[in-house]
Structure formats: structure tokens, C-alpha cells
Design a binder for this molecule. Structure first.
Ligand code: NAP
Length: 246
């Protein structure tokens, strides 16, 4: 088992990509702290993990809160006697053209996607540093790499995640802690479910592999980066987008 004995924290683990990541890491041996603002959804993920004979906890945490994320990391470290892997996956969109974008839409997206990543990373690094082993994977987006009209807030947050990732990679390489970003393209989840069919067709026409991605496509990339197989990779952005950005 690639991840036996590892304890993984996955934010936004109640649905979509985060849930797929939690189940994937568990299927390869990791114990899972399923973190989400939606406790019922996180509890269901934890139940599915336990059904694989792994340890699991569901936690209601808003990643924007410094207090909640610090308490989260402390509780996980105590309960599981370790904290080795962090996947910063929780994210939101509040789309709109820039001239109509409200300040609260800018703030909300930057807060969850970027500040949330900072909060969880800082809180968990404290414990990874103790054991001098750690894997952090931040979920960015193709939109953070290419930009997208109508998503200036989201693109800025996801590009920010990439700069943050490279900085943490440099700061913590000496302690055997890697930090990478995975930048998915368009993945079929509740986040993209509301896209009109016409928009989906337009997107698919720009994807060389000819289909939208699935949450499992992203989870496989995260598995690789969190395992020993990915141990010599740090500060990178792995683009999982069917060739969209080449
Ligand atoms: P999703 O289906 O909306 O799931 C996101 C999860 O995060 C939800 O359970 C959500 O809870 C939770 N969440 C939201 N705000 C939170 C907060 N402040 N603290 C803790 N949890 C919070 O999204 P997804 O499509 O799986 O996307 C997951 C990640 O991949 C995001 O970072 C997204 O930006 C990124 N991504 C997605 C795509 C795509 O095409 N789907 C492409 C590129 C990148 P609620 O539902 O209760 O708010």
C-alpha cells in the first residue's frame, strides 16, 4: 500500500474532487480527516473511508478561519497520532465580468481559495515539521494558468495558489516536505454542473482528449504526488486538463 501509515487531511472532502481524493488516498492505505463546511457531506465521505477499514474523521471547518484550522490540525495530530499529507482542495467560484464584480465576490473567492490554503498549510506544517516528512498538494486550476474572462477573482486566487506553492516548496524542502499544485481543467462536479450544455460543448472542442475530466482523473495525480513515488518532485504544477493548455 503506497500510503500505509499516513494520515491525510483533505479539505472540501464532502463532494466532487475532494471526495474523490479522500477515497483514492484511503484506497491506497491512508487514514483520512475529511474536512468541509458541510458536515453531513464530510460524514458520508468518512463513512465510505471507514468501510475500507481505514481510520476516518469528519470535521466541520471553515478554511477561512485561522482559529478553526489551527484547532483542526491539533485535533487531527492528537487523534491520529500523526499528520503527513494535506490536500488544499476547498474552493468556490463567484463569477462575473470585472466591471460588474462586487467587492464581496472578490473577497469571498480570495478568502476561501487563497487564504484558506494559507491557513491550512500553516496549521499543518507545524506537525509535518515535527516528523520531518510531509506532502502538500494545492488544487489550483487551468484558469489560474491561462486566465478566463468572467473569472478574474477565481483566476487570481488560483494563480496565487501557484506562487504560494513554489514558496512553501522552497521553504520546507530541507525538512523533507514537498509542496506541489495540481491544476485541473474542466472536471464534472457540482461546481461545473450548472454550465449550460452549449458552453460545455465549446469547452470540449478545445480539449485535445475530447472530454471533460472526472474527479478521479485529479485524484490519481494527487495520489502520485503524495506517495513516495512523487518524493523528488516539489514546487511543480501538474496540469490535469486533457491537453487543454499545451
Ligand atoms: P465543489 O463540488 O463545489 O466542492 C467543493 C467543496 O468544498 C464543497 O463540499 C464545499 O462545501 C467545500 N467548501 C467550500 N467552501 C469551504 C470552506 N470555506 N471551508 C471548507 N470547505 C469549503 O468543487 P469541486 O469542483 O470538487 O472543486 C474542488 C477544487 O478543485 C476547488 O478548489 C476548485 O476550485 C478546483 N477546481 C475545480 C475544477 C472543476 O472543473 N470542477 C477545475 C479546476 C479546479 P459547500 O458545497 O457546502 O460550499
Amino acid at each position: 500500500m503506497l500510503l500505509s501509515g499516513r494520515v491525510a487531511v483533505v479539505t472540501g472532502a464532502g463532494q466532487g474532487i475532494g471526495k474523490a481524493i479522500a477515497l483514492k488516498l484511503a484506497s491506497w492505505g491512508a487514514d483520512i480527516a475529511a474536512v468541509d463546511v458541510n458536515l453531513d457531506a464530510a460524514t458520508e465521505t468518512a463513512r465510505e473511508v471507514k468501510a475500507m477499514d481505514r481510520r476516518a474523521a469528519a470535521m466541520k471547518v471553515d478554511v477561512v478561519s485561522v482559529k478553526e484550522t489551527e484547532e483542526m490540525a491539533e485535533k487531527i495530530f492528537k487523534e491520529f497520532e500523526g499528520l503527513h499529507i494535506l490536500v488544499n482542495n476547498a474552493g468556490i467560484t463567484r463569477d462575473g465580468l470585472i466591471l460588474r464584480m462586487k467587492e464581496e465576490d472578490w473577497d469571498a473567492v480570495l478568502n476561501v481559495n487563497l487564504k484558506g490554503t494559507f491557513n491550512c498549510t500553516k496549521a499543518c506544517l507545524k506537525y509535518m515539521s515535527k516528523v520531518r516528512w510531509g506532502r502538500i498538494v494545492n488544487i489550483s486550476s487551468v484558469v489560474g494558468v491561462l486566465g478566463n474572462a468572467g473569472q478574474a477573482n477565481y483566476a487570481a486566487s488560483k494563480a496565487g495558489v501557484i506562487g504560494f506553492t513554489k514558496s512553501i516548496a522552497r521553504e520546507f524542502a530541507g525538512r523533507n516536505i514537498t509542496c506541489n499544485a495540481v491544476a485541473p481543467g474542466y472536471i464534472e462536479t457540482p461546481m461545473t454542473a450548472s454550465l449550460p450544455e452549449k458552453v460545455k460543448e465549446e469547452i470540449i472542442s478545445k480539449i485535445p482528449l475530447g472530454r471533460l475530466g472526472g474527479p478521479n482523473d485529479v485524484a490519481e495525480a494527487v495520489l502520485y504526488l503524495t506517495s513516495n513515488a512523487g518524493g523528488y518532485i516539489t514546487g511543480q504544477v501538474l496540469e490535469v486538463n486533457g491537453g487543454m493548455s499545451m
